[in-house]
Design a protein. Structure first.
Length: 603
């Protein structure tokens, strides 16, 4: 126990009244946070992490919850300790912002889309610090410089939709820091961010903590992030605290089975060194099937040649095309049957557009896409519909890709019926077999998407993609939003399906540790081009392109003794992919480092 904690949570219990009766979100949680300390609360979705932090801000009441028991003591600037749970609304308005501030998980929903960045940054300063408009604007400019946003004067006049995800998250951090709070609550602030932006945000929070002495309550399910930032760790499971201790002890000698399971499910960069084939992750309590052997003599299933996709930029009074976004530029690669090629890179590099261009979900400008020797670009709409039986896509957000008004059995059966592959009771039998294949209980057949967890919904999306027995599945960030243990289950499922069915996978991701675990070959993309391409071992153990090295250096390692300092991160802003209409790009020329390992020559 700390002698003089900044925050003390004692026997917290939070309840929700629902149509199905009383639901306990947090049962009996106690822990403390000292000044200048970072405490990480970890656990899967539904473990009560975010409810604990929202209770500390007394925001849980706005979501239909109530604090049924417990004390939430906060030591304020003047030295007096207040129980937040028993404070009135007037005092809470003063505590929020001045004493406790929060960085929310989704920066787009945390910012008001109709107000400029300046308006949103200055509002808290004027209310809490009683600054004039000019003083508040100067402070807002200083805050944007502190969180390292380029061209801060111009950004103040912009709206949230004009900023990238990483920049919006920095604005939210600047807003949280505006009134110099004594405690900063960061609720999954890096979950949806690229590895490079995540590394910058983590380094930024750590630097600000050192400069200001602010304590940080960091909520995450990413154990590598925990190893990077935590002083102490609180592990939560189903509304209860199951373990607490210094970060080194939690990682090196975890005592609770759930903590051990969380750590065993984390893919670690470097684990695959010396291994020829992808390998399933070890999940406690489950048998892990052996990895399939690599068939080097397999035929090429997918051959992409000089693929180029551009999008028009409209402008002027008549909305004419004034420029073009060079989303995918002169991309070429091949994928053998039964193997996995991963496309990696930051947001905006062209990974997802490449995947959609291959399926002609967006129309490419030029290039060839050969599947089984047949050029997809030459097909009519009727021929394309038939060709799509061989190639299916699993999207990033399974909730958005499933129809909320249809039962799961009908959604998985839909492609079977559309292509008249079966009729009558045979359709039901095939859907049941697909549910068995992706390890979903048959009792889920008549459920709706909202009745499933994120990982279960993603399994339904995979089952639907398998319904037509495709030869190629494009998985677009299919595990990026999942908890670590659910992510491990879905990755193992994909490896298992590849072993059993011989499916080829084009795996699109920004998570380098996951890519190392599942890939046979890796292509690194930057500004619409592949800058490095080769076997997994060559890319991870002998990276040649500076951008590949920067990506790998940014990956947090799930080991608190291998923390990366801010000085190790060497990132430059990504140039704009927008070019004038008369711009003629140069062709991509590659140097061969070793057999199959190619690096883009400097232009």
């Amino acid at each position: 126990m700390l002698d003089d904690p900044l925050v003390s949570i004692e026997n917290l219990r939070v309840e929700f009244d629902t149509n199905d009766g009383l639901v306990v979100g947090v049962e009996d949680v106690s822990f403390q946070i000292g000044s200048g300390e970072t405490v990480c609360v970890v656990g899967e979705s539904g473990s009560g992490k975010s409810i604990t932090s929202l209770s500390l801000m007394r925001l849980v009441e706005f979501g239909g919850g109530r604090i049924a028991n417990g004390k939430l003591k906060v030591r304020r600037a003047e030295g007096k300790t207040k129980d937040v749970a028993a404070s009135d609304d007037a005092l809470m308005r003063h505590i929020r912002g001045n004493d406790i501030a929060m960085i929310f998980q989704e920066p787009m929903s945390a910012l008001n889309p109709v107000f400029t960045i300046e308006r949103q940054l200055t509002e808290g300063l004027r209310v809490h610090k009683k600054l004039s408009l000019g003083e508040a604007r100067a402070k807002a400019l200083e805050l944007l410089k502190r969180v390292r946003i380029p061209e801060p004067e111009r950004r103040l006049k912009q709206y949230p939709h004009e900023l990238s995800g990483g920049m919006r998250q920095r604005v939210v951090i600047a807003m949280a820091l505006a009134c110099e709070p004594r405690l900063l609550i960061a609720d999954e602030p890096t979950t949806a961010l690229d590895v490079t932006i995540q590394a910058e945000i983590l380094a930024l929070i750590d630097r600000l903590k050192r400069e200001t002495g602010t304590a940080v309550l960091f909520i995450t399910h990413d154990m590598a992030v925990v190893a990077q930032v935590a002083d102490r760790v609180v592990v939560m499971y189903r509304g209860n605290k199951v373990e607490e201790g210094p970060v080194e002890r939690i990682f090196e000698a975890p005592e609770h089975p759930y903590t051990q399971a969380l750590l065993s499910a984390v893919p670690k960069l470097g684990d695959m060194a010396g291994k020829a084939a992808p390998e399933p992750l070890h999940i406690m309590g489950q048998e892990t099937p052996p990895a399939p052997p690599v068939n080097e003599d397999a035929e090429v299933l997918l051959d992409v040649r000089n693929l180029t996709t551009r999008f028009p930029v409209k402008g002027g009074f008549f909305r004419r095309t004034v420029a073009q976004v060079h989303a995918v530029e002169d991309v070429s690669f091949s994928l053998k049957a039964g193997q996995t090629l991963s496309l990696v890179g930051e947001s905006g590099c062209g990974k997802s557009t490449t995947g959609r261009s291959i399926l002609r979900l967006v129309e490419p400008l030029s290039g060839e896409v050969l599947i089984g020797g047949r050029n997809v670009m030459d097909l009519s709409q009727m021929q394309l519909r038939e060709a799509r039986r061989d190639m299916q896509m699993v999207f990033q957000d399974p909730f958005a890709s499933l129809n909320p008004q249809m039962r799961l059995v009908d959604q998985v059966a839909e492609p079977i019926r559309n292509y008249s592959l079966a009729k009558g009771s045979t359709v039901q039998d095939q859907v049941t077999a697909l549910f068995d294949r992706v390890h979903l209980p048959r009792s889920f057949l008549n459920r709706f998407p909202h009745e499933l967890s994120g990982g279960q919904r993603q399994r339904v999306a995979i089952a639907r993609a398998l319904a037509l027995n495709p030869k190629l599945i494009i998985a677009d960030e299919a595990v990026s939003a999942l908890d670590v243990s659910i992510q491990a289950q879905v990755l193992n499922l994909l490896i298992e399906l590849q072993a059993d069915l011989g499916i080829s996978l084009l795996f699109i991701s920004h998570d380098m540790a996951v890519v190392e675990r599942v890939s046979h070959h890796v292509a690194v993309m930057y500004l619409g081009r592949i800058v490095e391409l080769g076997p997994r071992a060559a890319i991870f153990e002998n990276p040649q392109h500076p951008y590949t090295r920067d990506l790998l250096s940014a990956v947090p390692v799930a080991d608190p003794r291998q923390r990366k300092g801010e000085a190790e991160l060497n990132f430059k802003p990504i140039p704009s992919p927008v070019f004038p209409l008369d711009y003629v790009p140069t062709a991509s020329v590659y140097d061969t480092v070793s057999p199959g390992h190619m690096v883009l020559r400097d232009r």
